[in-house]
Design a protein around this ligand. Structure first.
Ligand code: SAM
Length: 278
């Protein structure tokens, strides 16, 4: 959802590069559309509109997730964390991780990783202009955590011997059970020292009827990544061995809100929490 698109290599007159697969809905571009961004193609908008037609809580949940990301990153920076490993970063939008963290600590460093090439195209242009070497963006797949931990560019920017905030916002629901997302998170957390934190958000069908809860995943079946919603207890297991910060595992809107409670807050379809490695 970058606001300045003048750098983009395609326009209404120039077709996008084929490797971006504009004909296949991509979760990153669908999410950009939910947030009101313009970095999406007709196939993304059509799929996103289908999901949005399920009710107002879809967009409310996307916005609540983004707001949680920003509150969590600010809180982590205020705790003194100055290194962030942000996996499943998404297309840049207002209030990206490095911008929020650097409001608190200008020398905070962020490694952004995403497996979608379109995210890389957008993020590289934004970061080249804005981050002055304190952030990097890499193509990487969360399903290969060992490769992430060994990546020379990650290790050049982040000192994995010192506390790191591992950020997994709205990405684990794109990892199938068959890929064992809990083992992936464990591998990443195990590699980080005491004082590191895990901040995570995850889509859930806990507040919907079984029929309604199945609708979202059915749309994503035609997309480049499948959606697996998880129950609260399944999301809680990502924090095994960690100390949950107050207020624990709650809907994204209920995590340290910075505005008066809304009627929808307890039905936002995203579980959210931050945990500390003892
Ligand atoms: C819904 S967006 C979330 C963006 C941002 N983290 C946020 O919460 O605002 C999900 C992102 O995860 C990325 N993603 C999905 N599966 C992934 C994987 N296996 N490895 C890395 N990134 C992945 C998508 O490309 C997309 O950019």
């Amino acid at each position: 959802m970058s606001t300045d698109q003048s750098w983009m290599s395609w326009s209404d007159d120039t077709p996008p590069p084929a490797e971006l697969h504009p004909e296949i809905p991509h979760p990153a571009r669908m999410y950009d559309y939910y947030l009101g961004g313009k970095d999406n193609f007709p196939a993304d908008r059509a799929a996103a509109e289908q999901v949005l037609s399920f009710g107002p809580l879809v967009r409310i949940s996307a916005l609540a997730n983004r707001a949680f990301l920003q509150r969590a990153v600010r809180h982590l920076a205020e705790l003194g964390i100055d290194q962030f490993l942000d996996i499943g970063t998404g297309i840049p939008t207002a209030g990206n991780t490095h911008e929020i963290a650097q409001q608190v600590n200008p020398s905070a460093r962020v490694a952004y990783l995403d497996n979608d090439p379109i995210v890389l195209v957008h993020s590289r242009a934004l970061l080249a202009a804005a981050s002055q070497g304190t952030a990097t963006v890499l193509q990487a797949d969360l399903r290969d955590p060992a490769a992430i931990l060994a990546d020379p560019q990650v290790r050049q920017l982040l000192d994995l011997g010192k506390p790191v905030a591992l950020l997994l916002f709205a990405v684990l629901h794109f990892v199938d059970d068959a890929d064992d997302p809990h083992a992936i998170v464990r591998t990443l957390v195990d590699a980080l020292p005491s004082g590191s934190h895990l901040a995570l958000s995850h889509a859930t069908g806990d507040f919907a009827s079984p029929t309604d809860a199945a609708k979202g995943p059915s749309v994503y079946r035609s997309a480049s990544a499948q959606l697996t919603m998880r129950r609260k207890d399944e999301v809680a297991r990502f924090f095994d061995g960690l100390e949950l910060l107050d207020p624990g595992l709650v809907t994204a809107s209920q995590w340290r809100p910075d505005r008066p409670a809304q009627e929808t807050d307890d039905r936002v379809a995203i579980w959210a929490a931050v945990g500390r490695k003892p």
